[in-house]
Write a protein that binds this ligand. Structure first.
Ligand SMILES: [Zn+2]
Length: 428
């Protein structure tokens, strides 16, 4: 991805630098060739020539671009899980993924880590974004996800004879687990996404307390993936599934819903990050009846929400790491709503806006393995910046309204927001 070749000064704003430090009032951000040269009080800024471009933050917020830590570019706002693998061909899903990638960037997310991809679309989407052929977040790609036969994601009955080829690699035993990871190695993904546990979405045979992979299968996944420098994560709700993932050496956990003291201790000892994705549970509970949520499913999502919120509070309090990602891409939790997760963490879970933003920037970049490159506004890092007309620390829900974004920048280049629209208008 190209970076800017000029010098830009952002000023007249409150700097929230993403490290969790207190905000700096009347701050300045100096960007030189796409990287940050200065971030601090305007009074400490060096003498500058008159040549540089000045961006007025209008007394609003200057903060790092957000990181969506559980992004499904290829989930196209499906109304039923089964639609994921049988509704459209790869050609059309690829186009939909490009649309979602553009949208997430417009919503202020300058980077995203995938939580699983149909076919091998993520990898090629990332290539198009990196080559500036399509707009989108800096993307950490996953591929097809791995689940045990008969587990949560194995929903097509055998008599249909259609398998799960575009979505899932279904395995029986460690040998098949290794073979599945080797396929993903060839696909070029960074993350191997697995299903150690079930979910409230399948209350009868794969509910949120069910295990969908054995420890031996998970161990085989991790050993093979790590051998090829791939990272492993998993859909972990049930306590025993969380412990299996930690024991096997997972690099991150999705959800981490039901954690007892032992699970929390293991997590903290390994410093494994967790991406809870909690608003999704509320969205399932509140979903329109036309999406067919049964009372059993709703009760399960309620239990998951309460367990997940409690785990998130305990992890934060104990000094663990959390990323903000929302599992968007379902009809009742559609793309574009990404920042609802942040508001929900403040209003329902009880995090402060500053804690939530730190999770959504610094921790997100760390989960991607890019903490040295972006995620905070510190000297030397890429200028992935979000400039917002408003004080996000007093009202974090401002981040849900992309009309209030003055600029969304990647590497010092304005990609979206009011200033980008003005640039486009001037070129017409
Ligand atoms: Zn997901």
């Amino acid at each position: 991805m190209k970076t800017a070749d000029d010098v830009k000064l952002v000023k007249n704003g409150r700097l929230v630098n993403g490290t969790g430090a207190s905000p700096i009032e009347d701050a300045a951000l100096l960007i030189d060739s796409g990287r940050i040269r200065f971030a601090g009080p305007v009074g400490d800024l060096e003498e500058l020539s008159n040549e540089i471009e000045i961006i007025d933050a209008r007394g609003g917020t200057i903060m790092p671009g957000l990181v969506e830590a559980h992004f499904h570019a290829t989930y196209f706002n499906v109304a039923a899980l089964e639609d994921l693998d049988i509704k459209y061909p790869v050609e059309y899903v690829t186009l939909l993924a490009a649309v979602n990638a553009k949208l997430v960037l417009e919503c202020g997310y300058t980077a995203a880590r995938s939580g699983g991809s149909l076919f091998n679309i993520d990898f090629w989407l990332k290539k198009a974004i990196e080559n500036d052929l399509a707009p989108g977040p800096r993307l950490s790609p996953s591929g097809r996800e791995i689940c045990g036969v008969g587990g949560l994601m194995d929903w097509n009955p055998d008599f249909r004879k259609i398998g799960m080829d575009g979505l899932m690699l279904l395995i029986n035993g460690p040998e098949e687990a290794r073979a599945a990871v080797r396929k993903l190695v060839k696909d070029g993904v960074e993350w191997v996404k697995t299903y150690p546990t079930g979910d409230a979405a399948a209350p009868d045979i794969n509910d949120h307390h069910t295990l969908c992979m054995t420890f031996e299968e998970m161990d085989a996944v991790v050993t093979t993936a790590h051998n090829h420098a791939l990272k492993v994560t998993g859909h972990c709700r049930a306590t025993e599934g969380i412990k299996n993932a930690l024991r096997a050496g997972y690099d991150a956990l999705e959800h981490g819903s039901f954690m007892d003291d032992e699970a929390l201790d293991m997590l903290l000892e390994r410093n494994t990050p967790v991406v809870p994705a909690l608003f999704f549970e509320q969205a399932c509970i509140d979903a329109d009846p036309k999406y067919g949520m049964t009372q059993k499913m709703i009760d399960g999502h309620q239990e998951t929400l309460e367990g997940g919120a409690e785990s998130a509070r305990r992890i934060l309090k104990a000094g663990g790491r959390l990323g903000m990602g929302g599992d968007y891409g379902f009809a009742w939790n559609p793309h574009g709503d990404y920042a609802k997760e942040l508001t929900f963490f403040v209003d329902y879970v009880g995090f402060s806006p500053l804690e939530t933003i730190t999770c959504a920037t610094k921790s997100g970049a760390e989960i991607m393995g890019c903490g040295d490159d972006f995620g905070t506004l510190e000297v030397g890092k890429l200028a992935d910046v979000l400039i917002v007309d408003g004080d996000v620390l007093s009202d974090i829900s401002i981040l849900e309204d992309r009309k209030r974004f003055i600029a969304v920048m990647q590497g010092g280049i304005i990609k979206s927001g009011q200033l980008a629209n003005r640039q486009e208008a001037a070129q017409l």
